[in-house]
Design a protein around this ligand. Structure first.
Ligand SMILES: Nc1nc2c(c(=O)[nH]1)N[C@H]1C(S)=C(S)[C@@H](COP(=O)(O)OP(=O)(O)OC[C@H]3O[C@@H](n4cnc5c(=O)[nH]c(N)nc54)[C@H](O)[C@@H]3O)O[C@H]1N2
Ligand SMILES: Nc1nc2c(c(=O)[nH]1)N[C@H]1C(S)=C(S)[C@@H](COP(=O)(O)OP(=O)(O)OC[C@H]3O[C@@H](n4cnc5c(=O)[nH]c(N)nc54)[C@H](O)[C@@H]3O)O[C@H]1N2
Ligand SMILES: [Mo]
Length: 759
């Protein structure tokens, strides 16, 4: 069969033409074994990953099936676990040898490669070093600083790995101390979903469950890179394709995992060169062009309805939706010229997709950062919902909207109260359960936390995991602001850049990783997490901890809380540290609809479903209905690029987990030997007079008094829409203006940064 035109790539930009998965993924694992230097028994630990009685992978949030494969881990899950289980140690001797000033010049890769943190550490400004201290000294020292600070001048950040139990205690601690400043890595990620989906369908999470992928006959894929960021999801996608489901992808880059996949667990696919083609059509939309692309699809659906009828689900629209008239007339009026210009796609292609959509019975819409990280990201999400609603594709089997979340428990942390939005948290219930008056003021998002850091209104920063300083926009601008803090505290597994940007009083507290034993392996020491499909899984660590002084995140939060807060018989931090089942009882009491019988259901195979009213067509929106949103404009970028201007998309490679850089091979894109690159298409190179491998500077074109530029980037010809360049996150984060964020949720617009190239 001839390959459809849009699946073919220009020969001069083909850099990797093997399928995702396959032998390449096994080589990827072998490479990280070399880099991570895993300690003995690490491979046995990997075999228990994502299986009953084992630990749940800390990497991505993709669900864990009830019937696991022999190896229920992927290339990148293996990397994450082996990286955690290194034999290298970042111990007090290391800090004796290196000052923080010196460490600030190290790369992200080099800092983490120092190995696992082993001791609680206190910053000694006179010697510019971290020195070992006792846990009690750390807890008392931090509490003393917190007592001096007004609570509202502090921020408690969470990165999406901490368990439901740790997250619940952390938000409780923040509120008892007196603030709602609880930003999460989600604020840089799927907050657009939490706010946008909530507005239009009344649910802050997706409506699909795993079995929907057994029933759908079409999947529309927007801006999510499965092959790298949630590779285990390739299995259900492959099964769907094998039974005849069609997949249509919208992505500026031709990502290998969405083109072809060879199942590494299928000997036939591994030995015969016969990978599964994943996407039937692959449309290289311009960054920020999705609203326009979807408007094209909707416009065509209305045209088809007008001429032949039977296309829209009138009964569903009448019974369940609002906003139809305004939306329909906006789509009828939208101009094909503008749709083609903004999306960069041809009308014939969009018409063909509309035809496929109109003849598919059960359709799932998938999306990731390609929709959420834009100035009008929430409109991207609302537009996908519009498209699905037109044919009643939300709230029935085999259909729905399915955001693919990031970290392994990022969704769950929000569920159990890590939120700067007090209205989302059952504060009255918490007040009654713990006998206190919770703060009611809205707290700071990530963007507002950075603003506070810059203007001096934030004085204390406590971080439960993550690498805040490196993940945020406008990184260069804020680097020097950290030294103005009175207090900085990081609970972490490995050293990163945020730990070497310290406040006056600074502490680094080392914790266990998820595969490590927290005292014993009984259910009372198990923890849990919620995946992208809203299923909750128990997780038991079994390995000996990397160092005797390490504590669990729960124990560390308990220690901090006990030192900070007045005694209260309702606050049983020691008991909770000892028995996590007690914390689950509290979660069940605070959120009974979702978490009733939590302990009894903890080890349900495949996880237990915490439910979602939108899945049952119960709409918890302001109008009580599912809302069709009329887009005011068709471009998701903050400003339409000036003629000749470039839009920068920031990317993850196949060899990193966010700011953790495992190595320098972006195998699936064929980019090797360094991350200081800028990808650009051959026509734009010619227009700008650039040669392959030339070193150039990228400069932000936003004029607000701050110069933002990064030099020394190597030009790599790549198959991209014209006017679009791509480079790696987090290296290019200094180019992203803090003011560039989604209008509704304040998620930074990391996928649509206006730039120019300077030679
Ligand atoms: N191995 C690994 N796994 C991870 C992570 C990791 O770093 N490494 N990170 C985790 C986290 S926290 C998250 S949030 C997820 C992120 O996973 P994804 O949601 O996949 O995020 P990205 O890799 O940032 O980019 C997604 C895709 O969006 C495309 N894109 C960019 N702009 C646009 C646009 O305007 N429109 C469309 N349609 N597409 C666009 C890009 O080409 C890219 O393929 O993965 C999680 N899993
Ligand atoms: N330009 C650009 N910027 C982006 C993005 C983008 O696409 N483009 N993506 C954004 C997204 S989606 C996200 S989620 C953020 C990520 O932002 P963060 O979540 O803040 O960053 P991570 O890199 O995931 O954090 C890695 C660190 O977490 C610590 N760690 C690892 N495991 C554990 C653990 O089990 N417990 C504890 N306590 N610590 C642990 C280690 O010290 C490690 O160095 O970045 C955002 N920034
Ligand atoms: Mo994320």
């Amino acid at each position: 069969m001839d390959e459809p035109k849009e699946l073919r790539q220009r020969d001069d930009t083909v850099r990797y033409d093997h399928p995702a998965g396959g032998w390449g993924s096994l080589r990827g694992i072998a490479q990280v074994i070399g880099e991570a230097r895993p300690s003995p028994g690490a491979l046995d630990t990997l075999m228990r990953q994502n299986k009953p009685g084992g630990h749940m992978c800390t990497s991505c949030a993709w669900t864990k099936p009830a019937k696991p494969h022999a190896f229920e881990f992927c290339e990148n899950g293996a990397k994450a676990t082996l990286w955690d289980l290194t034999r290298d140690r970042c111990d007090p001797g290391f800090f004796e040898r290196h000052t923080l000033t010196e460490l600030r010049s190290w790369t992200d890769h080099a800092l983490e490669k120092a190995g696992r943190l082993t001791h609680p550490l206190r910053y000694d400004a006179a010697r510019d070093r971290y020195l070992p201290c006792s846990w009690d000294e750390a807890f008392e020292g931090i509490a003393a600083e917190l007592h001096r600070l007004p609570p509202e001048q502090t921020v408690f950040y969470t990165s999406g790995r901490a368990s439901l139990e740790a997250a619940f205690l952390f938000q409780l601690y923040a509120r008892l101390y007196g603030h709602n400043n609880l930003p999460d890595s989600s604020n840089m990620c799927h907050e657009t979903t939490s706010v946008g989906l909530k507005k239009v369908i009344g649910s802050s999470v997706g409506t699909c469950v795993l079995s929907d992928f057994d029933h759908c006959d079409l999947i529309l894929f927007f801006g999510q890179n499965t092959g790298t960021n949630s590779p285990r999801f390739l299995h259900p996608l492959k099964s769907a394709v094998d039974r005849g489901c069609r997949i249509i992808t919208f992505n500026p880059l031709r990502e290998r995992g969405l083109v072809e996949f060879a199942d590494p667990q299928n000997p036939a696919q591994m030995t015969v060169a016969d990978p599964t083609r994943i996407s039937q059509k692959y449309l290289q939309v311009r960054p920020g062009g999705d609203i326009a692309a979807m408007a094209g699809l909707c416009k065509r659906l209305f045209e088809m309805e007008d001429t032949r009828g039977g296309v829209l689900d009138h009964e569903f629209l009448q019974q369940h939706c609002t906003g139809m008239d305004a939306f329909a007339s906006a789509m009828r009026e939208a101009s094909w010229d503008e749709i083609e210009k903004v999306s960069g796609l041809r009308r014939v292609d969009l018409e063909e997709v509309a035809e496929i959509y109109a003849t598919s019975e059960r359709v799932v819409g998938i999306y990731g950062m390609g929709l959420t990280q834009h100035v009008h990201g929430w409109l991207n999400v609302a537009m996908l919902v519009n498209l699905l609603l037109l044919r009643g594709n939300i709230g029935r089997e085999g259909a729905g909207v399915s955001p693919v979340r990031g970290h392994s428990n990022v969704q769950g942390q929000r569920t159990v109260g890590i939120s700067e939005k007090p209205e989302l948290v059952p504060l009255d219930k918490l007040a009654e359960m713990f006998d206190f008056t919770p703060p009611r003021e809205t707290g700071r998002t990530t963007v507002e936390a950075v603003e506070g850091l810059l203007d001096g209104s934030v004085k204390g920063f406590v971080s439960l995991g993550g690498n805040f300083a490196r993940a945020i926009p406008d990184q260069g601008r804020s680097d020097s602001a950290w030294s103005g803090l009175d207090l900085s505290v990081n609970v972490a597994t490995k050293l990163n850049r945020s730990h070497v940007l310290v406040g006056r009083s600074a502490w680094l507290l080392p914790c266990l990783v998820r595969s490590e034993r927290d005292g014993d392996t009984s259910p009372r020491r198990a923890v849990s997490m919620e995946d992208s499909l809203s299923h909750v899984h128990g997780s038991v660590g079994r390995r000996a901890p990397a160092a005797p002084d390490l504590r669990s995140e729960i124990a560390i939060i308990g220690g901090l809380a006990k030192a900070t807060l007045a005694a209260n018989p309702k606050l049983r931090w020691d008991d909770w540290t000892d028995d996590h089942g007690l914390i689950r009882d509290l979660i069940a009491e605070a959120f009974p609809d979702m978490f009733h019988d939590f302990n009894a259901r903890l080890f349900t195979p495949g996880g237990f479903y915490r439910g979602n009213p939108a899945r049952d067509r119960e709409w918890k929106t302001e109008s009580g209905r599912a809302e069709l949103t009329t887009p005011e404009f068709l471009c998701a970028l903050g400003e339409t690029p000036e003629p000749g201007g470039l839009t920068l998309v920031t990317l993850r490679s196949n060899d990193q987990f966010n700011t953790t850089i495992y190595g320098f091979s972006d195998r699936l894109r064929g980019i090797e030997g360094g991350r200081e690159v800028v990808l650009i298409n051959p026509e734009d190179m010619q227009r700008l007079g650039l040669a392959a491998d030339q070193r150039v500077t990228l400069e932000s074109t936003v004029e607000d008094g701050t110069a933002r530029r990064i030099g020394g980037l190597r030009v790599v010809p790549y198959d991209l829409p014209d006017g679009c360049v791509a480079a790696y996150y987090p290296e290019v984060n200094p180019l992203v203006p803090l003011s560039y964020h989604d209008k509704l949720s304040k998620t930074p617009a990391y996928k649509g940064v206006p730039v120019r190239i300077v030679t």
